[in-house]
Design a protein around this ligand. Structure first.
Ligand code: BDR
Ligand code: CA
Length: 341
C-alpha cells in the first residue's frame, strides 16, 4: 500500500455510545430504492458521487440541484449536465440554485479543482439543459412528488438546502434524512479550523444543522481516510471502460492537489463517501453527537464544533462519521464504475 495517510483506528470514543432517538441514515434495496436528491457543486469528487449514486440499484436519484462552491454556479451546473451525459442519464433533471452564499461573497476553490471546477479529462458535452426552476423550489417539488420521504445528499455548500428549508417548511417532514459531506471534528482544509463546504456558507450550515431533521455528517475525519491509492485508481481507469477512464483522469487531477498538500500518493473522494454511506450499511462508523456551527470566530468561522465528549449535555443533532472501512468503499466504487462498461 502506498502513502501514509491517517493510520490507526479513526476517532475513538472511550465511553459507551449513548443511545439516541435520532434516526440513522436509511438504506434502500434494489426492490425498494431509496429516493435521494443530490445537491452539489461539481467538482471532481461530486462528479464521482453522482456517478456512484446513478449506478446503485438501491438508490433512486430524483433530481440534481447545483450550487456555487468549487466554482461559480454556471460552471457547477454545466458540469452536472456533462456528468449526466457521461452516465447516459438525460432523464435526470438538473436545477441551478444559489449563485452566492446567504451572506457575504462567494469563495471558490480553483487551487483544488482548477478554474472550471473540474480540470482534467474532457467530459462529454451536455445533452440536456437545466430546468428553468430555482433549485430550492425544484427540490421542494421533487420531494412533494415522491411517494415516500426523501434523503437529501448535499455535497457542496449548504445554501440551497437552507433556502429549501426556509422557503418550503411544508416539506420538512417529507425529508427523511440529510446525509451530507462537510465539516470535521478535528482538522480543517480551507482554514486550520474549517472544512470548505461549511466555511463557504456557515449561516446556511447553521440553518441546516438546526432544522431538527435527522442528519449524518460525513466530515474530513472520515473522508481523509477514504483514500483511493494510485494503483487502485489505475485499475479503475483500466477496467472501468469509458466511464472508468474519465474517472481515472478526474482522480489523477484530484490526487495532484492532495500530493502537494498532504504528501499522499492517492486521493480522497470526499463527496462519494456520503453516497456510499447510503448504499452500504455500516460502511462509516458514526456516533450521535451535538454539532454547532461557528459563524463568528475570527479564526474559526465555518468550524463544526462537535461535542465529542458530550460536555454540553445537548441532545445530539447529528450522526457524525468517525471512521470508514476504506477497502469496502473502494470496492463499492469500483463495482459502480465498472457497471457502466
Ligand atoms: C469538499 O470541498 C470540495 O472541494 C469538495 O468537492 C468536497 O465537497 C471537501 O472539503
Ligand atoms: Ca463538493
Amino acid at each position: 500500500m502506498s502513502g501514509t495517510a491517517a493510520p490507526g483506528p479513526g476517532i475513538v470514543l472511550v465511553d459507551r455510545p449513548v443511545p439516541s432517538r435520532l434516526p440513522e441514515a436509511p438504506h434502500g434495496t434494489p426492490g425498494h430504492p431509496l429516493p435521494i436528491v443530490i445537491d452539489c457543486d461539481p467538482g471532481h469528487d461530486d462528479a464521482v458521487a453522482i456517478l456512484l449514486a446513478l449506478a446503485r440499484p438501491d438508490l433512486r436519484v430524483l433530481g440534481i440541484s447545483t450550487v456555487a462552491g468549487n466554482a461559480v454556479l454556471e460552471r457547477t451546473t454545466e458540469t452536472a449536465l456533462r456528468v449526466l451525459a457521461l452516465a447516459g442519464r438525460a432523464d435526470v433533471e438538473v436545477a441551478a440554485g444559489a449563485a452566492h452564499p446567504l451572506e457575504g461573497p462567494l469563495h471558490t476553490a480553483p487551487h483544488v479543482h482548477g478554474e472550471s471546477g473540474i480540470e482534467g479529462p474532457a467530459l462529454p458535452d451536455p445533452v440536456t439543459a437545466p430546468i428553468g426552476e430555482f433549485a430550492p423550489h425544484a427540490m421542494a417539488r421533487w420531494i412533494r412528488a415522491a411517494a415516500e420521504p426523501v434523503v437529501l445528499v448535499p455535497t457542496g455548500p449548504l445554501t440551497n438546502v437552507a433556502l429549501l428549508l426556509q422557503e418550503h417548511p411544508e416539506v420538512h417532514d417529507r425529508i427523511a434524512h440529510i446525509c451530507l459531506m462537510g465539516g470535521s471534528i478535528t482538522e480543517g482544509n480551507i482554514t486550520p479550523s474549517a472544512e470548505f463546504n461549511i466555511w463557504v456558507d456557515p449561516e446556511a450550515a447553521q440553518t441546516v444543522f438546526g432544522a431538527g431533521i435527522p442528519l449524518t455528517m460525513i466530515g474530513l475525519d472520515v473522508t481523509h481516510r477514504s483514500i483511493v491509492w494510485e494503483r487502485e485508481r489505475e485499475a479503475l481507469a483500466r477496467e472501468g471502460g469509458r466511464v472508468g477512464a474519465v474517472v481515472g483522469g478526474l482522480l489523477a487531477y484530484f490526487q495532484a492537489f492532495h500530493e502537494r498538500t498532504y504528501g499522499w500518493a492517492g486521493t480522497p473522494i470526499h463527496d462519494a463517501v456520503a453516497v456510499a454511506h447510503l448504499a452500504m450499511p455500516g460502511l462509516v462508523r458514526t456516533a450521535a453527537l451535538d454539532v454547532e456551527i461557528e459563524t463568528e470566530g475570527r479564526f474559526t468561522r465555518g468550524r463544526t464544533v462537535v461535542d465529542l465528549r458530550r460536555v454540553t449535555g445537548r441532545t445530539p443533532n447529528a450522526h457524525v462519521g468517525l471512521d470508514i472501512d476504506r477497502e469496502r468503499f473502494v470496492a463499492l466504487l469500483g463495482e459502480a464504475i465498472r457497471s457502466y462498461a
